[in-house]
Design a protein around this ligand. Sequence first.
Ligand code: NAP
Length: 250
Amino acid sequence: MNKPVALVTGSSRGIGRAIAIELAKNFRIAVNYYDKIEVDANRAQAQEVLDLIRQAGGDGVILGADVSDPASAAQLIEATIANLDGIDVLVNNAGINKDQLMVRMTDAQWHDVIDTNLSSAFYCSRAALKYMMKKKQGRIINISSVVGMAGNAGQAHYAASKAGLLGFTYSVAKEYGPRGITANAVAPGYIVSDMTNKLPAEVTARMTEQIPLGRLGTPEDIAALVAFLASPAAAYINGQVIRVDGGMSI
Ligand code: NAP
């Protein structure tokens, strides 16, 4: 029998990549890359992820899309269902940060971050839920952030988008729980990725001091929880937000 299907948005690199590779042990994977005009590097990175998955005995497809665009996001879900015969798990992972003090923040920066991090989850979930409802099963896993719970200077838009994902998660859990679909959120702390590699070394050192485990997280630390939430063992976990931050926020 074919393995069930998981779509991971923004899985050409970083945390999404690790999630795709981990989930591929038990799912066929739609590896989504950001389909920007005239950027082939993203496609190549996504192909690399799929190659790794295949080398490990898994399978899937790569699908380009801009999940901040409603039509493109809907098309991504349709393409996943068309190519892999369904969608059992949706991981809303794609995200950006454009750090800026609020008084200097442009409307475009605000909207880019909100659209990519929050609206994308709505667009993708709306389309996926229509299919999941018919099957009376499905898992939606949203990648939020501890910043969505605590706020952060220079990240008003990012924090708002990640807090918004939590309210979104609770609502999906209540609205679609009765249809056999669960929704949960993962709130990573400070994880090694391109997003955090941009930060100055002294900021990284200061952050590390605040983490009881004394190290930054890895994308694999996040992937392990997502794999659990997608597994049969997590069938009764619904509407939860789970922090993976080495104890940083306690
Ligand atoms: P990353 O390395 O910058 O990767 C982000 C991924 O999202 C990339 O694959 C990127 O594609 C994709 N993406 C961006 N905009 C997209 C769009 N419009 N459509 C489709 N894909 C798009 O970031 P990361 O650190 O792995 O972060 C992954 C998620 O975890 C994000 O939601 C982030 O907010 C969250 N998170 C990260 C941390 C951390 O410390 N790193 C902490 C808490 C939460 P491109 O390659 O084209 O850019």
